[in-house]
Ligand binder design. Sequence first.
Ligand SMILES: *[C@@H]1O[C@H](CO)[C@@H](O)[C@H](O)[C@H]1NC(C)=O
Ligand SMILES: *[C@@H]1O[C@H](CO)[C@@H](O)[C@H](O)[C@H]1NC(C)=O
Ligand SMILES: CC(=O)N[C@H]1CO[C@H](CO)[C@@H](O)[C@@H]1O
Length: 324
Amino acid sequence: MESILLKTPLTFISFLLITFLIIYFFWPAALVRLMRWAFPKIIGLQVRYAEHEGYRFCYYSRGKPGLQPSILMLHGYALDKDTWLTNVSFLPKNIHVVCLDMPGHGETTCLPGENYTTFDQVKRIHQFVECTGLNRKPFHLVGISMGGMVAGVYTAHYPSEVCCLSLLCPIGLNYPKDSDFMKSMKKKRKNHDVSLVPSNIQEGVEMFKLGLYYPRMAPKQLLKGFFVDWLPDNNFYRKCYLDIFSDESLYSLQDNMSKIRVPTQVIWGKDDKVVDVSGAEVLAKGIHHAQVHLLEKCGHFQPLDSPKKTSQLLLDFHTSYMKN
Ligand SMILES: *[C@@H]1O[C@H](CO)[C@@H](O)[C@H](O)[C@H]1NC(C)=O
Ligand SMILES: *[C@@H]1O[C@H](CO)[C@@H](O)[C@H](O)[C@H]1NC(C)=O
Ligand SMILES: CC(=O)N[C@H]1CO[C@H](CO)[C@@H](O)[C@@H]1O
C-alpha cells in the first residue's frame, strides 16, 4: 500500500516531466504560446481590443484610469506587447497600464499596403488613444527602441496629451557613435537590402541575442519557439524595417526632440549593441530637463536584462511627476 502511494505521485511527476521535455525539445512553439497565453493572466493583465474604422488595435490593460496618469507603453520593432510582461508585474496595480501592440505587430491589424514611417505610426497611435479615450487626461508615455522614437515624435506632435515621457534606448537619432549593427544597417538601407531582417529561425535567434547582455542565458528552445510564429510575418517585418529606417524616419526623433517640453526620462543600457548608448547624450542636450539613467550590465532589451531596475526607474519617475 505504502509503496503504491509513493509510486503514484512519482509516476505522475515523471510523466509531467517527460511531457514537458518532449514539448520543450520538439515543439517549443507550443510552449511559448502557452506561456504567452497564461503569463499575462497570472499578473492580472487583460487582453482588450479597440476598433477604429475597421482597424483593430490589440492591447493589454490593467487597472482603471484614476487620479494618477495612465501609462501607455510602446514596444520595439518586431516584438509585441509581451515585451513589457517582465516589468508590468512590478508596477503597482492601482496604476492604469496599457501595453499596445504597435501597428502591424502582434494582434493589431496588419494591412497590406500600410506604411510604417514614424509619422504613419504616430497617426495610428493617436487613433488608438482617441478611440479608447486615453487622452481624456494627459498620460505617461513610455517607448522602447522603435516605440521610443514613435513616443518622442508623438509627444512633439500632441504635447497636450502627454504629461511625462520615458524613452528607453530609442532609434531615430544621429548617434555620435554607431553600433556595428547600425553601421551595417545604414550601409544596406540605401539599396533596400533587408538581409538584416531574419529569414530563418537561426538568424532570428542570433538577432535576438544581439539585444541581450547575457545572450548565453537566453533559453534557445524558447527563442526558437518564438521565431516559429514570427517568420510567417516576415514580409511585414521587412516593409516595417525599410520604413523606420527610410530617409523620412531615420532621424525623426532627432528632428523633433526640441519640441518635447514635458518632463522626460531617458534610460539606456551601457552595453547596448543594437543602438549605441551615445544617443543618451543627444537626448540630454536636445530635450529640456531630460534626466538620464545609464544601466550597468544591460543591453538593448532592458525589460529582459534589467526588469527590476527599469521598472523601478519608470515608477520613480511616474511618482515624482505626481508630486510636482
Ligand atoms: C504608402 O506610401 C506610398 C509611397 O509613399 C504611398 O503611395 C501609399 O499611398 C501609402 N499607403 C498608405 C496606405 O498610406
Ligand atoms: C518631425 O521631423 C520630421 C523630419 O524627420 C519633420 O518632417 C516633421 O515636420 C517633424 N514634426 C514635427 C512635429 O516637428
Ligand atoms: C515576470 C518577471 O520577471 N517579473 C519581474 C518584474 O520585476 C520584478 C522586480 O523585482 C521581479 O521581481 C519580477 O520577477
